[in-house]
Design a protein around this ligand. Structure first.
Ligand SMILES: Nc1ncnc2c1ncn2[C@@H]1O[C@H](COP(=O)(O)OP(=O)(O)OP(=O)(O)O)[C@@H](O)[C@H]1O
Ligand SMILES: [Mg+2]
Length: 349
């Protein structure tokens, strides 16, 4: 990453009308984060916390009952939220591309892979059939498909999951986007193929300088790939830091619980805090206060009263939305001491 900001998500709130039997669901709630050029940014959290909604918001692909209530999405000086569908189409695919968990679903089952790739290239680059074919073969080779000609002649259902994801990546690369949004791209693949796709993503970033927003609930994948991570809980970012910092010094009790849920091979290093209990509550069940308090082992009186926003931890590019931080800071300033709160985690990224 060269340090330049590529995308700035500013206070974005997304509401699904009628999203819950008892009313609307605020799937993304006041999210602010920035992705730098060439940066691989991880977005993690349990199922239903709003990861896909945020990804779809970036691409202007929310379901019809989804509305962006507040905020801005700044992209090269333009607020994507203010663009018409016609204007958004010039950015989607060309500047911001996306790959999904189920690659086969994104491919049209009735056309051969080659036909689909060539149509895309002809549409975006107005090239001849011959050039589109040559470019398609080259793109497939770039994503490490050795028998590119056979794959061009195959129908999507004749491809394995890993092969289909490579094809999707090749199609995403065809316009040299500046940002690739990858929503659980390896979740449906077995571990060896998963590892190959991860290597490929790293290689793509290296070769093309493309930034990646990596949506995942797999903390192992995120640790391997990402430069920075944001942890989401019930629509909110509750912690954000560089990957190494987050994994070695998690602050938020939710982040600690997520890390503790990752199986470790060495029983000597089993988690010292209990694994998170219960399911993600429905938003309508949380009435004010911190939204994690119902499952938080460290909740105290203040957590009932107000919802914390992200606060910076001392001496690091690391923020957490947790009243424990406020409490510690007050205690530190009262005792005149300083320093980071001790955690029991010793993880190597
Ligand atoms: N079209 C929709 N209408 C109503 N509610 C929706 C809609 N799409 C998503 N939601 C709700 O928004 C919340 C966030 O869902 P989202 O799919 O963004 O979560 P996620 O973090 O991607 O989960 P997963 O890990 O399972 O993919 C959930 O409560 C979900 O039920
Ligand atoms: Mg999702």
């Amino acid at each position: 990453m060269n340090g330049n900001e590529l995308l700035k998500i500013n206070g974005v709130r997304v509401i699904f009308e009628g999203g819950d039997a008892s009313g609307n669901v605020t799937a993304v709630d006041d999210v602010t984060l920035a992705i730098g050029e060439g940066e691989i940014f991880g977005l993690v959290g349990e199922s239903g916390c709003g990861k896909t909604t945020l990804a779809m918001t970036l691409l202007g692909l929310l379901d019809p009952n989804g509305k962006i209530n507040t905020g801005s999405l700044m992209w090269s000086g333009t607020d994507l939220i203010k663009l018409s569908e016609h204007e958004m189409r010039k950015i989607r695919g060309k500047e911001i591309a996306m790959i999904f968990q189920q690659p086969q679903m994104a491919l049209n089952p009735v056309y051969k892979v080659g036909h689909q790739m060539m149509s895309l290239l002809k549409l975006h680059h107005q090239v001849s059939t011959q050039d589109a074919e040559r470019e398609s073969l080259q793109l497939l080779k770039q994503v490490r498909i050795s028998d590119a000609s056979r794959v061009m002649g195959a129908y999507p259902d004749q491809l394995s999951g890993g092969m289909a994801q490579r094809v999707m990546l090749a199609m995403a690369l065809s316009c040299r986007p500046k940002l690739l949004v990858a929503d659980e791209p390896t979740a449906s693949l077995d571990v060896t193929i998963q590892a190959q796709i991860m290597e490929l993503l790293l290689e793509i970033r290296e070769n093309f300088g493309m930034a990646i927003l990596m949506v995942s609930h797999d903390l192992g994948v995120v640790a391997r790939l990402c430069d920075k991570v944001a942890v989401m809980y019930l629509g909110r970012i509750v912690e954000i830091a560089d990957t190494k910092e987050l994994y070695s010094k998690p602050f938020h009790p939710y982040t600690k619980a997520l890390l503790d849920a990752v199986p470790l091979p060495d029983p000597e290093h089993r988690a010292s805090t209990p694994v998170l209990e219960g399911d993600l509550p429905r938003q309508t069940e949380i009435h004010g206060g911190c939204r994690f308090r119902t499952r938080c082992p460290s909740a105290f009186a203040k957590c009932e009263k107000a919802d914390p926003t992200l606060m910076a931890l001392e001496g690091a590019a690391h923020s957490a939305a947790c009243w424990l931080l406020d409490k510690e800071m007050a205690e530190e300033s009262a005792s005149g001491s300083s320093g980071f709160i001790e955690t029991t985690h010793e993880r190597v990224v």
